[in-house]
Design a protein around this ligand. Structure first.
Ligand SMILES: [Zn+2]
Length: 206
């Protein structure tokens, strides 16, 4: 599947998984030539078509497309320029994870899938204005080798060597946020020990 098709398919998946609402959030994929396919600005996911996906270069200049690229294009292209190992990005405002972002609280590794698909706790990148490359820089500063972080007072950023990995991380972050919150109502959630997190990472985080 080419990058444009992958972005389209993943955009529909994030919409049907209820990780995004209306036109909020964005999805991108970089191909081997360094062309970035990205969701357009202001088009609702529900009506999005393959032809609506825009392509830009690594500096965000539009190459092809009828619409403007996502307003968060500077964040996406900054990440691709600085991290050649990243080829897919999913940004959402998913409800439970965004709730953690507004109280500036990391999502702990209560569940093994967080270690397996995110690679550790989900940290919070300090607030930066949307639509800036500084937002991407703030995220990279806290990501390390992890596949997801929260953007303070904003939402979730997930990255991966493939767009599929970024999608999975974004989906698992939301489930983990919800489970932690529900667990907190029932009692004191137990976070996995560092040793157990590492063991799961060694087996599955690749
Ligand atoms: Zn956003």
């Amino acid at each position: 599947m080419d990058a444009k098709n992958e972005v389209f398919t993943t955009a529909k998946r994030v919409y049907s998984a209820r990780l995004v609402t209306a036109s909020l959030g964005n999805v991108s994929c970089r191909d081997e030539e360094g062309t970035v396919a990205i969701t357009p600005s202001g088009i609702d996911y529900e009506v999005l078509t393959l032809e609506d996906i825009v392509t830009v270069d690594l500096h965000g200049n539009k190459l092809r497309g009828h619409h403007n690229p996502s307003s968060e294009t500077p964040m996406h292209t900054l990440i691709y320029r600085k991290r050649p190992d990243i080829a897919g990005i999913v940004h959402t405002h998913s409800l439970y994870a965004s709730a953690f972002s507004v109280v500036n609280k990391e999502i702990p590794v209560d569940m093994v899938e967080v270690a397996a698909h995110v690679g550790g706790r989900v940290p919070v990148a300090p607030y930066m204005p949307p639509g800036t490359k500084e937002l991407g820089e703030a995220a990279l500063n806290v990501l390390g080798d992890r596949r997801a972080c929260l953007l303070q007072n904003h939402g979730v950023l997930a990255v991966g060597g493939t767009l599929e990995k970024a999608y999975k991380a974004a989906a698992i972050v939301e489930v983990a946020a919800c489970i932690h919150l529900l667990g907190s109502l029932l009692g004191e959630p137990r976070e996995l020990e560092e040793e157990d997190i590492q063991r799961v990472k060694d087996l599955y985080f690749r």
